[in-house]
Ligand binder design. Structure first.
Ligand code: NAD
Ligand code: MG
Length: 387
């Protein structure tokens, strides 16, 4: 029997956190859990920390620490809270650190794990989108291993294996098109938060579900791919594939296209990252293509869904643009979920913050965070309530 591998899960109480811990639960003897974190959710975090015998449980929101401490009393599990504690937990030695916090809030702990040269299974796309070159330079400097968990990027990573990036003709990201794929512009204006979070294929956290509905998720993924797979923006494209079975594709210069297929279950790409470069079991049903019957593809409609155009422009502009786009989007999505703005205002808000001019390119983590904070202020300013 091989020795258990150690794992930390940043964002343990979320959707990706739950899928990760489900795999750990099914292979309990293979894993030793180091750090589990949440924003607050002290009760849920305590239950997970106790179940998995974690060394430390951390709430990012320090006001939730007393509750966590009390709940963990006598367990022998360390309780900690606040931004510095989150970063400290992220740097604890672990064979794999799963970055599954939502939003730019996950940037500092993810960077901390990278700076330590760890193997980071990255779900937290906003961190890479915001930090871009700052993060990829840190990976190169520290010798960290970044394993993409986002299903598209995990698919591309698998399709690139054993090949040379210089031979790539196209990388094609597939997009489900989200719950409003076939809605008219008029109908989109009146889309409600409840409708937006009801994704047809995937079960995910609220923020990424709204991003899927606006197609900003695909826009962020375009920028994520731009950093993970250095083929240049002109070799990256997006295709709508409503069934979410083909998770992305790589076409080579000889005309061969490699694709990765699988169920719409995040446990598949998570397992691929956790076991890398080996494979592990998942409880997912085998792919039954005959039952699925048809796989269809179509061009994205950037008139109804301008987010992918905006993201492509931000990737080309580089510098602070992706961090500004991401920050404005995070604020606008939160405002939409809160009932303050209409659905179609989300991408308009990001667009107007971007078009107000950009700060200089951030060259360090602190500078990225400063750009992010400034863009959040601007985004709040641009949002006058429309209903
Ligand atoms: P979620 O909302 O379900 O969970 C987010 C986790 O982050 C929770 O544990 C929460 O407590 C924690 N968190 C939230 N705000 C925080 C803060 N300010 N500071 C510290 N921790 C905080 O989100 P999710 O759907 O699991 O997504 C997590 C990340 O993975 C996102 O970046 C998302 O884009 C990416 N992702 C998710 C999926 C999916 O299927 N859910 C697929 C691909 C990529
Ligand atoms: Mg994805």
């Amino acid at each position: 029997m091989t020795a258990p591998r150690s794992i930390s899960v940043l964002g343990a109480t979320g959707s990706i956190g739950a899928s990760t811990l489900d795999l750990v639960r099914r292979n309990r003897a293979d894993w030793q859990v180091v750090a589990l974190t949440a924003n607050c959710q002290a009760k849920e975090l305590t239950a997970l920390a106790r179940e998995f015998g974690a060394s430390v449980a951390v709430v990012a929101d320090e006001s939730c620490l007393p509750e966590l401490r009390e709940a963990l009393a006598g367990s022998g599990i360390e309780a900690a809270g606040g931004a510095a504690a989150l970063v400290e937990a992220a740097t604890r030695p672990a064979d794999v650190t799963v970055a599954a916090i939502v939003g730019c809030a996950g940037l500092a702990p993810t960077m901390a794990a990278i700076e330590k040269g760890r193997t980071v299974a990255l779900a937290n796309k906003e961190a890479l989108v915001s930090a871009g070159e700052v993060m990829t330079a840190a990976v190169a400097r520290s010798g960290a291993t970044l394993l993409p968990v986002d299903s598209e990027h995990n698919a591309i990573f698998q399709c690139l294996s054993g090949n040379s990036i210089a031979d790539v003709r196209w990388i094609t990201l597939t997009a489900s098109g989200g719950p409003f794929r076939d809605w008219s512009l008029e109908r989109l204006q009146a889309a409600t938060p409840a409708e937006a979070v009801k994704h047809p294929n995937w079960s995910m956290g609220a923020k990424i579900s709204v991003d899927s509905a606006t197609m900003m998720n695909k826009g962020l993924e375009f920028i994520e791919a731009f950093h993970l797979f250095p083929v240049g923006v002109e070799r990256l494209r997006i295709i709508v594939h409503p069934q979410s079975i083909v998770h992305s594709m790589v076409e080579y210069r000889d005309g061969s296209t490699l694709a990765q297929l699988g169920p719409s279950d995040m446990r598949v790409p998570i397992a691929s990252a956790l076991a890398y470069p080996a494979r592990m079991n998942t409880p997912c049903a085998p792919l039954d293509l005959a039952a699925i019957g048809e796989l269809t593809f179509r061009q994205p409609d950037e008139v109804r869904f301008p987010a992918t155009r905006l993201a492509r422009e931000a990737a080309v502009a580089g510098g602070a643009a992706p961090a500004v786009l991401n920050a404005a989007n995070e604020i606008a999505v939160a405002a939409f979920l809160d009932g303050q703005i209409a659905f179609t205002r989300i991408v308009q808000c990001a667009d107007s913050v971007l078009s107000r001019g950009l700060p200089p390119p951030p060259a360090s983590l602190d500078e990225v965070i400063a750009v992010d904070l400034e863009a959040r202020i601007r985004a709040r300013e641009t949002m006058e309530p429309v209903r």
